[in-house]
Write a protein that binds this ligand. Sequence first.
Ligand code: CTP
Ligand SMILES: C[C@](O)(CO)[C@H](O)COP(=O)(O)O
Length: 239
Amino acid sequence: MTTAALWCVLPAAGIGQRMAADRPKQYLPLQGRTLLEVTLQRLHQAFPASPLYIPLHPQDHWWPAAAERLQQHCPNLQLVPVPGGQERADSVLSALQALEGLAAADDWVLVHDVARPCVTPTDLHNLWSQLHHHPVGGLLAAPVADTMKRSDAQNQVLGTVDRQQLWHALTPQIFRYGLLKAALQQALQQGLTITDEASALEAAGYQPLLVTGRRDNIKITHPEDLPLAELLLQSQQQG
Ligand SMILES: Nc1ccn([C@@H]2O[C@H](COP(=O)(O)OP(=O)(O)OP(=O)(O)O)[C@@H](O)[C@H]2O)c(=O)n1
Ligand SMILES: C[C@](O)(CO)[C@H](O)COP(=O)(O)O
């Protein structure tokens, strides 16, 4: 019996508009390196044999220096930069297209936002061990902990939403290569808004599996998230 290979895709082509920094957020300093370097090294340590495909913005001039530092720290790291797209889903599809002829339909593709540097080795291994025999795939997710409200456009409460079985979708998300590529292509052709891989699979009629992940796997989105990530990483290293 052959084992399906695992390929990693780390979308890094965003401009970090909500971060409002002097450069894309993935190149801001974190733990004495860049956010991108922290995230990529975590993925490589968990899955050392898997090549990392990195969709990049066409005007990204920070990448070469970051890639060089990474190769110095991790000589066996296989980094494959690919052109990013207009939206996150376009960037992911670009990496999947670059895998054509290399990945088999049953192979696994793990997609992780480069903007989530706090993902832990335990969560990465848990996701893989729970899904690697699954026919479709799934994602890390955290059950909603707060009371949930739905509002109108004027922020007036319309009602309280039942939070039972309501989850925050996190990354990584891991799916069979053939299914993910077909689902993303179809969803984008249909003009659907696709903010994660699971939504594309859902639109194609599949039911991805939710694997409970840590709540500190935050996405760096707003300025206050970066010092928080610094603290979370410190506390993970101490614990
Ligand atoms: N066209 C895009 C847009 C986003 N991303 C990546 O998708 C992840 C999640 O996106 P988000 O947090 O929205 O990042 P940005 O698009 O950079 O942020 P903003 O929306 O504030 O501009 C990030 O790792 C980002 O680099 C991407 O590869 N290609
Ligand atoms: C994929 C994702 O990180 C799941 O939470 C998220 O949807 C991407 O961020 P965006 O702000 O929706 O682009």
